[in-house]
Design a protein around this ligand. Structure first.
Ligand SMILES: CC(C)(COP(=O)(O)OP(=O)(O)OC[C@H]1O[C@@H](n2cnc3c(N)ncnc32)[C@H](O)[C@@H]1OP(=O)(O)O)[C@@H](O)C(=O)NCCC(=O)NCCS
Length: 328
């Protein structure tokens, strides 16, 4: 075991009840179930109602993760929420989660690394534990992307879903262990995937609303090209620096953006699809929530056994990329 390393001791996820299928979308925009399935691998996604915010799903996911870790909210030292759809621009969504949980002793803050947010959060938690500063850290990836989705834009509105996933990270005890983390960004690509208005560059005005600038915009094909390269690069870099070969991986859990991006990543590291977790068909792209939801489900489905190597890998707006290699 590495000195002061960390491990995931609890996991949980939450998705809204309402399901929006491709057939529902056919009635909303000029699209088809066949187009969406073949181009993205998606069949349905979960959609939050008007009263649900990111902190609500976060709190549900966190409650499950804390129970599995047998940790009381008051024992938490830190709460990190990765999200691009915070309840409010400030205070941080993590502070609402802190209030909901009664985690009165924690430092709570949000991070924004788009779809790589959970990987960035896990990397921070691992570093805080390795440094000896903190012991009990809650990392959440949560999104209500459907509230920044332009439901008149068929090129984007079919892609996204809502959800939250949470992990409790604590010092490793000789069994499970986070072995390697890797994060990197390329700020030259900020315009490819963006929510243009609502910040200090373009504050909310009647004009910004009329121009639909408060909805997510994306250059799909450019994002696709970057995604395939970034996920492959992050996976290869992380395996190489850990001295672990892809043959040794029991499971790859990639960000669930598109089945074709997932397949290309698997091909790049020469991994058969049987060793790749896929749930994009049922949830769509839930951004920062996608990896913790997929990780929780893969454990529930028995796809990871104790001692197995598992690689998490992501890309996202920014552009950001990252990977975490751990022994389960
Ligand atoms: C968005 C994405 C699925 C589009 O697939 P694509 O194969 O690149 O499709 P294109 O953008 O080339 O569009 C092909 C055609 O389908 C059309 N189209 C786009 N969305 C459509 C939809 N929902 N239904 C039907 N047709 C659609 C386009 O208008 C275009 O028509 P045209 O040829 O007449 O102009 C794909 O580019 C993608 O997944 N990109 C990455 C997105 C992503 O991962 N974002 C999240 C980042 S974390």
């Amino acid at each position: 075991m590495q000195k002061n390393s960390s491990m995931i001791t609890g996991l949980g996820y939450a998705v809204p009840e309402k399901v929006l299928t491709n057939f529902d979308l056919e009635k909303m925009v000029d699209t088809s179930d066949e187009w969406i399935r073949t181009r993205t691998g998606m069949s349905e996604r979960h959609i939050a109602d008007e009263n649900t915010a990111s902190s609500d799903l976060s709190t549900q996911a966190a409650t499950i993760a804390l129970a599995e870790a047998k940790l009381k909210p008051k024992q938490l030292d830190m709460i990190i929420v990765a999200t691009v759809t915070p309840d409010t621009l400030f205070p941080a969504t993590a502070c609402y989660v802190q209030k909901n949980l009664g985690a009165v002793n924690a430092a709570a803050f949000d991070i924004n690394a788009a779809c790589s947010g959970f990987i960035y959060g896990l990397t921070m938690a691992d570093a805080f534990i390795r440094s000896g500063f903190y012991k009990n850290i809650l990392v959440i990836g949560a999104e209500i992307l459907t509230k920044i989705t332009d439901w008149t834009d068929r090129a984007t509105c079919v892609l996204f879903g809502d959800g939250a996933g949470a992990a409790v990270v604590q010092p490793a005890n000789g069994g499970s262990e986070i072995l390697k983390t890797f994060i990197k960004s390329d700020g030259r690509l900020t315009d490819l995937l963006i929510l243009p208005a609502g910040g200090s560059r373009i504050p909310a005005t009647h004009e910004s609303v009329d121009k639909r600038l408060h909805y997510l915009r994306m250059e799909g094909q450019e994002v696709f090209k970057y995604a395939v390269k970034a996920m492959g690069d992050a996976a290869i870099e992380t395996l190489k620096s850990a001295g672990v070969s892809s043959d040794e991986l029991a499971l790859l859990i990639p960000h669930q953006a598109n089945i074709r991006i997932i397949q290309a990543t698997a091909r790049r590291i020469k991994l058969p699809m049987e060793k790749v977790m896929v749930n994009v068909d049922r949830y769509g792209n839930t951004s920062a929530a996608s990896i913790p939801i997929a990780l929780t489900e893969s454990i529930q489905q028995g796809r990871l056994k104790r001692g197995d190597y598992c690689l998490l890998v992501s890309f996202g707006g920014g552009f950001t990329m990252g990977a975490v290699l751990f022994k389960y």
